[in-house]
Write a protein that binds this ligand. Structure first.
Ligand code: SF4
Length: 182
């Protein structure tokens, strides 16, 4: 992949936040079964736990540097101005927050607001834990997301993956663990 063919989505932002090495593989189309199962489980939880009045939403936008951005949002309540992202557990909650901020940024880039002119907010839903968390987008987050796009463009040009992290707790759940700690 070259930086010019790069299209950035919410999962890639999530992965990059967690581990640039994981983001590098996923940019090259390596998407292992375990990762697909996690996403599928999230969808299943989403479908079984929440009202169908909300809609799946796909949003496209451009970063200030012209990089195409795309967001596939689990559920959006357009009337209330809330984007929902459903997750199984909270072990990667910082990365999850950035995924939701990325989706809010896409709406912001497109000038989409609530009917009263206030910005949309995000909500992380953890149905198995019966918890929710509100996520908002602030100016400092926008600056960080712009830096993330620059970092991902640079990562896309790298011929080799970034260094292995010191093993973290989330590595145990990562589909690429055997490529890092064999
Ligand atoms: S196992 Fe850990 S270091 Fe390796 S790609 Fe996954 S998160 Fe990154």
């Amino acid at each position: 992949m070259t930086s010019t063919s790069l299209r950035i989505g919410g999962m890639l932002v999530d992965y990059h936040r967690l581990c640039p090495r994981k983001a590098w593989w996923s940019m090259r189309g390596i998407w292992m079964e375990q990762e697909s199962e996690t996403v599928a489980l999230g969808r299943l939880l989403d479908q079984s736990a929440y009202a169908r009045s909300d809609k799946h939403l796909q949003v496209e936008a451009e970063a200030p540097d012209g990089t195409p951005l795309v967001g596939k949002i689990d559920r959006a309540n357009l009337r209330e101005g809330v984007l929902h992202e459903t997750k199984k557990g909270r072990s990667c909650e910082d990365a999850h927050r950035w995924q939701v901020r990325f989706y809010l940024w896409l709406l912001h880039r497109n000038g989409i607001q609530r009917t009263d002119g206030s910005p949309f907010v995000g909500q992380l839903d953890y149905p198995l834990l019966r918890r929710t968390e509100t996520v908002v987008l602030e100016d400092e987050h926008i600056a960080e997301l712009e830096r993330t796009v620059t970092a991902l463009r640079q990562l896309a040009t790298q011929d080799a993956p970034p260094q292995v992290l010191t093993k973290k707790s989330f590595c145990k759940k990562c589909a690429f663990e055997e490529l890092c700690f064999a």
